[in-house]
Design a protein. Structure first.
Length: 89
């Protein structure tokens, strides 16, 4: 596409640095665009295909989880969002 930049998991990697809220606030909308977190635990909880490469990387400075994978109320809807985004790829 001449003159257009496609911001997709195939054309970009995202690096986030900051506190949990900053990281979560960046990761969650990117999942809707088909980006997959690089964290193996989060990928597994969200049902990312094992062959899919991570496209969201982060450096975290606090201990609160970026995505609380132990909370079904968080993981269920996020898994649905990721699966919907992956089906559009």
């Amino acid at each position: 596409m001449t003159g257009h930049y496609c911001f997709t998991p195939d054309s970009a990697a995202i690096y986030v640095c900051g506190l949990t809220g900053t990281i979560s606030g960046t990761i969650l909308p990117l999942i809707d665009r088909g980006f997959i977190p690089d964290s193996e635990r989060i990928r597994g909880a969200l049902g990312a295909p094992p062959e899919a490469t991570g496209g969201i990387f982060w450096e975290q400075y606090d201990t609160k989880p970026v995505v609380d994978i132990a909370d079904p109320a968080v993981v269920g809807p996020l898994r649905d969002r990721m699966q919907a985004a992956l089906s559009r790829r």
